[in-house]
Design a protein around this ligand. Sequence first.
Ligand SMILES: C[S@@+](CC[C@H](N)C(=O)[O-])C[C@H]1O[C@@H](n2cnc3c(N)ncnc32)[C@H](O)[C@@H]1O
Length: 279
Amino acid sequence: MTADEVPPGVDVEKPSAARVYDWYLGGSQNWAVDREFGRRAERVWPLIRPISRQNRAFMNRVVRAALEAGIRQFVDLGSGVPTAGNVHEIVRDRWTAPDRRPAVVYVDYEAVAAAHSTLILEREGATDWAGLVRRDIREPEAVFADETTRRLIDWSQPVCLLMITVLHFIGPADEPDALMAAYREKLAPGSWLAVTHGTCTEDAPPERAAGVRRFVDAYRDTSNPAYLRSAEEIRPWFGGWPLLEPGMTALPDWRPSSPVSPLEAETRPFAWCAVARRP
Ligand SMILES: C[S@@+](CC[C@H](N)C(=O)[O-])C[C@H]1O[C@@H](n2cnc3c(N)ncnc32)[C@H](O)[C@@H]1O
């Protein structure tokens, strides 16, 4: 699929978080309205592209660590438009158990993300172990009951549940505490819950802090209004499960695979990440 083809249900008049995020990451599944929004957002808050890349790098590190820990099932909520380094690519490249198959389920409600994810999995011949569920993550029962989820995921076994750069689109009216509890309850012992979330800590430089707030305000005009949250608001979502080392950190500081660059260091006040393991 090229960006000239507009899949059914895609509104190219209004920017969407999935397509704008694809633009931040250097992808091609975005339209003029998304790029225009992305450029405006970048002028307001120039760290958006570095922080998007770090979110993706964190997700990559988590998936690799989960595989090393023996987890074979991955559910990626708010998976977005598939760009380089997607979950199923990491799993495919690192899977070493020929007698068992891994499982990856992507969940996103956005038309381009859904269409493109399906197409990529079909082209790669990966549909027997990976699939796209086009659902709203605010309806966990619908996600669990979806035919693709049921076909691929065995909830009695450990799952790595990824919620990367998506929970800031869940507003207070969506009752995020109850939503997280519903997902936690579904996970078997040994499962991992990985979260990243936008924030603005007290040590953020004032100019950058003002920028990130204007940036978040800009999302009020998209299909996906966004919210920043503090560590105190995010921590209860792990239900008291122990956090894997090094606990809740800024994105560059969770098991970095290379030295943190000065640009990466600048993003520290603006996102939290953590991974919990169900005892
Ligand atoms: C910023 S992107 C992040 C994509 C991916 N997780 C990553 O980190 O590269 C957020 C994604 O969440 C999706 N999303 C937001 N709210 C959602 C909801 N309620 N249900 C399903 N998907 C949602 C958007 O469509 C978008 O694709």
